[in-house]
Design a protein around this ligand. Structure first.
Ligand code: AMP
Length: 114
């Protein structure tokens, strides 16, 4: 498995603004935020894309959303609303091949996305 910038953040080889961590999950602010709140919620397990999610990962994927929900409340965007996004591969706009859930809020989102 090739190392990504996110595995370096998990291993504390590079810095990030971490907002949540437990044994299985890490969440940190996106370095190039697309909204007033833009947090990336990632499994510590290096799953490259949605396509590589295994049935044994079902609980882990659910935990990403439980963490996102908690972070949204802490950031004060749970009532105003927010968007969660997984990008997958080239056409999905994925740049970092370590699964990550974008949590975006603090402004009105557009639909459809570009
Ligand atoms: P994606 O295009 O879905 O793969 O999203 C990758 C995201 O990672 C982008 O929104 C980047 O701004 C973000 N990103 C890249 N490097 C870092 C970093 N070192 N710390 C925080 N966010 C990063």
């Amino acid at each position: 498995m090739s190392e990504t910038i996110f595995s370096k953040i998990i291993n504390r080889e590079i810095a990030a603004d971490i907002v949540f961590e437990n044994d299985r999950i890490l969440a940190f602010r996106d370095i190039n935020p697309q909204a007033p709140v833009h947090v990336l919620v990632i499994p510590k397990k290096p799953i490259p894309t949605i396509n590589a999610i295994d049935p044994e990962d079902v609980a882990l994927i659910g935990e990403l959303f439980i963490a996102a929900r908690q972070i949204a409340a802490e950031e004060g965007i749970d009532e105003s609303g927010y968007r969660t996004v997984f990008n997958c591969n080239r056409d999905g706009g994925q740049e970092v091949y370590h699964l990550h859930l974008h949590l975006l809020g603090g402004r009105a989102m557009q639909w459809p996305p570009g």
